[in-house]
Design a protein around this ligand. Structure first.
Ligand SMILES: [Fe+2]
Length: 190
């Protein structure tokens, strides 16, 4: 049994601890083992998108839903981040600034039930490697909506200011492609 208030309260309590990210990770670990309870609190994901569930100067709680096969280009948060996947899977590729823009320095494969902590200087890109929606709670150690951030062009790896509208367009086109794919599958089955 879970509600959004309960999730936010637990995360805020964790945030106040000396090692806030670790404490929030423990909170998410306890939550993501019961995806039905998370969905009761935050709703069942029906399409890709980013939903801010709570924000304060100390903490942001978001739900990230990735379409099948969707990829999000490199970006940073400038805040520590705890990711808890409760449906599907997330492949996080971790990058480091280099002379040619970015180098890949590691991969974090997260499946439903997995939780990971990213330090505040991490640059990552995300792929949904499975043929279903992936849903995850992402908790940030500050107000992500006011945080100066960067993103990197997927092809040229050029750094530019983070553009929320571009991200929304990415989710929109992923949803359009997913709908077209489902239509095609339904037609093929006729
Ligand atoms: Fe991210």
């Amino acid at each position: 049994m879970s509600s959004l208030d309960h999730i936010v309260r637990r995360c805020r309590e964790g945030r106040r601890e000396r090692e806030g990210a670790k404490a929030v990770a423990a909170v998410l670990r306890a939550l993501v083992v019961s995806p039905e309870d998370v969905e009761e609190a935050v709703g069942v994901a029906v399409e890709a998108g980013e939903t801010t569930l709570f924000t304060s100067p100390e903490l942001t709680v978001s739900r990230l839903v990735w379409a099948p096969g969707m990829a999000m280009y490199p970006h940073n948060h400038g805040l520590w981040t705890v990711i808890g996947v409760y449906r599907g899977a997330e492949r996080n590729i971790v990058h480091r600034r280099s002379e040619r823009g970015l180098d890949d320095v590691g991969t974090l494969e997260l499946r439903a039930g997995d939780v990971a902590v990213l330090d505040e200087d991490v640059i990552h890109s995300v792929v949904n490697p499975v043929g279903e929606l992936t849903a995850a709670l992402h908790v940030f150690g500050g107000d992500l909506t006011r945080q100066p951030r960067s993103e990197w062009d997927a092809t040229t790896l050029e750094e530019r200011p983070y553009d929320g509208d571009r991200v929304r367009r990415l989710f929109d086109s992923a949803n359009t492609a997913a709908r077209a794919h489902r239509r095609k599958e339904a037609e093929d089955q006729r």
